[in-house]
Design a protein around this ligand. Structure first.
Ligand code: MN
Length: 153
């Protein structure tokens, strides 16, 4: 059950976030959500097979060349989450406002298929959004299982 952790953390009736039953075979999408939780952060999500692989970026996606930012991997989210905006009520997981900061498609530039690149912890992509356009790498660090770096080429 790929979305088990996602559903376990949330009371989806109360929060209005998607349950995640649709398996749209869409193009390669990405979304960046500005999330005003306890600490403001940006959630970066990438469609890999039928879920959104997700990372929380405390300082936001790098905008300058060669800039690196810490990206902490979080649980898989359903594809419909790419359209989610709203206010997660107090007392619920991730309480606070969620705003779509940017959204678009990506091209895989990794040597491997995107799913394999993810497993190897070495993803290279070209993002085509409204605000973000350009090449990025997501590299898993050796320090922790959930810590990655997102680097603007
Ligand atoms: Mn978040």
């Amino acid at each position: 059950m790929p979305l088990e952790e996602y559903r376990k953390k949330r009371n989806l009736k109360k929060t209005g976030e998607p349950v995640g039953y649709k398996n749209k075979k869409d193009e390669n999408i990405f979304v960046i959500q500005e999330h005003h939780a306890t600490h403001l952060h940006y959630d970066f999500r990438l469609k890999i097979s039928d879920v959104l692989k997700s990372w929380a970026i405390p300082k936001g996606i790098p905008l300058k060349e060669k800039q690196k930012r810490l990206a902490i991997e979080t649980e898989d989210h359903p594809l419909e989450y790419a359209n989610f905006e709203g206010f997660i009520p107090q007392g619920n997981y991730g309480a606070g406002e969620v705003i779509i900061w940017d959204k678009g498609s990506y091209e895989n530039l990794s040597e491997d298929k995107i799913g394999d690149a993810y497993k190897k912890g070495n993803i290279k992509i070209h993002l085509i959004g409204k605000k973000i356009k350009g090449e990025y790498a997501l590299i898993k660090t050796k320090l922790g299982e959930k810590s990655w770096l997102i680097i603007k080429k």
